[in-house]
Design a protein around this ligand. Sequence first.
Ligand code: ADP
Length: 298
Amino acid sequence: TLLVVGSANADLVVRVARHPGPGETVLGAADLVVHPGGKGANQAVAAGRLGARVGFCGKVGDDAHGERLAAVLRDAGVDTAALSVAEGVPTGVALVTVAEGGENTIVVAPGANARLTAREAAEAVGPRVRVVSAQCEVPLAAVRAAALAAPRFVLNASPAEALAGAEEAADVLGRADPLVVNEHEMAVLLGRGEAGEARPEDLLRLGVRSAVVTLGAAGAVVVGPDGVAVLVPAPAVEAVDTTGAGDAFTGALAWRLAEGDALPDAVGWAVRAGAAAVQEPGAHLSSTACGKLLGPRS
Ligand code: ADP
C-alpha cells in the first residue's frame, strides 16, 4: 500500500478585485469558499480517487474543518487510521486571496499540522506499506522518521524553503527515490536565483537516488540513478485552475510506484493526472477526472 504523510488544511478562499496593500481593507468580490486542501491531503485524495490502496498520516484540530477533512479523505477511499486529532488546537488553515487575473496570495497557519510527531509518522509505516510519500508542510522530524521507516520514499520538497539549512535535510534527501520538485523548488534546493540556470541532473548532487522536475504545461523531466534525464511531455489541455496540479501529479506518481511501476512509467501516469487537475477548479482531483484518466475498466 501507499502511505501519505503530510498536511491537511482548510483553504479559505476569497476573490478580490485587487490585493490590499499594507494597512488597507478591501471587500471581497464574492463570498468565502472553503475547500479541503493541504499538500498531504490533496495527494492522498488524488491517489485514493485513482484507486490506490492509500492511508493518510497527519493531524487536524478538534473543529469543523478537521471533521470535514477526515470525511473528504474517507470519501476518496483513504484509510484515516493514522489521522489524529490534536485537542485544543485549530486545524491548519490557508487564507487565500485570488485577484482578477488569477494571481494568489496565501498565508498558512499550520495549526495541528505543526504537532505531527516523529513517533506518529514512524508508527504509521506498517508492514504492508511499500511506498511512503511526504511533503514539507509538517515538521521535518516527522518527515525524517517516515523516510527512515519507508521501504521506498517519495519526497515532494514543497515548500523547498523548509529544507534549507535544516538538520534533517541530509537524511530526508538521502532517502528520496524520487525527489519531486517544480522549477522554483529546484532552484531553491540548488541555491540558484534563476530557475533557468539549474538543471534537473544537478539534483542528484543533493544525495537523492532519483529526481522528477515538473515543468507545467511542458510535462516533467525524470532523472534516474544513472543521471540520465528524460522528458515526459504532458498532454495538451486547456488550463482552468493550476492549483493542486503538482499534488495530483505526486499522488499519482506515488500510487503507481506502490503498484510496482518503473519510475518513467509512473511519471507517465503523473503527467496525465496533473493535466487532468488543471482542467477543473479546486485543488482536489475530481472523481470525474479520475474516471476519464483511468478509462473504461473491464
Ligand atoms: P506545481 O503546481 O507544483 O507548480 P507544475 O505547474 O509543474 O507544478 O505542474 C505539475 C504537473 O501538472 C505538470 O508536470 C503537468 O503534468 C501538469 N500540468 C500543469 N500545468 C499544465 C498545463 N497547463 N497543461 C497540461 N498539464 C499541466
